[in-house]
Design a protein around this ligand. Structure first.
Ligand code: TYD
Length: 215
């Protein structure tokens, strides 16, 4: 019987550095022999990528935004992630439902209960096995974002109060489910973040019977 793969997600505020580390995480897992696919949200499927374009560009009602996030997510989960995990592949996903708790639930102020209803209805409450949260104080994230300001999307253009609420909602998720989350201090230099991630990934691989390779 095939062993189900591991589902790992990356979360954090815009500017926390997820994009800087995702390739490296994928490389570290693959080097140890993990059969891994990488994906992202919103997106991950042809429909999801079309919804992403709309979500990052067009102003819309908060409920419409939340429902489109979940429309993209349910397509992603049922067409892509769940079958891959069933085949025994690992899935590394840049954002998942925790982002809806943080951005729509926290940042936009929808609250967690509405997100939970959608999570239970659309995804039968399925959660990642492990989530790495790149946690960063707002000012540091904003300073990093300022550098790419001219290409900012609809979320990245939000103000400080929005991101304060978003970060607080992420940290509330961690407090509710501390064993699923690994929180990285994303203020650190890239090398320090990587050595923290290496320890974490080695632990996860060992728990799945995979021998990590020295960097
Ligand atoms: P992001 O991973 O930051 O894309 P990029 O690295 O290309 O800027 O994700 C795009 C945005 O979508 C991000 O600002 C957060 C937002 N988002 C939500 O608001 N809710 C969600 O459920 C998801 C998955 C993303």
């Amino acid at each position: 019987m095939t062993t189900r793969g591991c589902f790992m997600t990356l979360e954090g505020l815009d500017g926390a550095g997820k994009s800087t580390h995702i390739e490296w995480i994928a490389h570290t897992l693959r080097a140890a022999g993990v059969d891994l696919i990488c994906s992202r949200e919103p997106g991950g499927t042809a429909l999801g990528e079309r919804l992403r374009e709309i979500l990052l560009r067009d102003a819309m009602d908060l409920r419409a935004e939340t429902l489109l996030m979940f429309a993209a997510r349910s397509e992603h989960w049922y067409q892509h992630i769940q079958p891959a995990l069933a085949r025994g592949q690992w899935v590394l996903c840049d954002r998942y439902t925790d982002a809806s708790y943080a951005y729509q639930g926290g940042g936009r102020g929808l609250g967690a209960p509405a997100i939970e209803v959608l999570e239970n209805w659309a995804l039968q409450g399925v959660k990642p096995d492990h989530t790495i949260l790149f946690d960063i104080p707002l000012e540091v994230a904003r300073a990093r974002l300022e550098r790419g300001r001219e290409h900012a999307d609809r979320f990245e253009r939000e103000g400080a109060a929005f991101f304060e609420r978003t970060r607080a909602a992420y940290l509330a998720r961690v407090a509710e489910d501390p064993t699923r989350f690994h929180v990285v201090d994303a203020r650190q230099a890239i090398a320090e973040v990587r050595s923290d991630l290496a320890c974490f990934l080695h632990e996860v691989m060992r728990s799945h019977g995979i021998a990590p390779v020295a960097p």
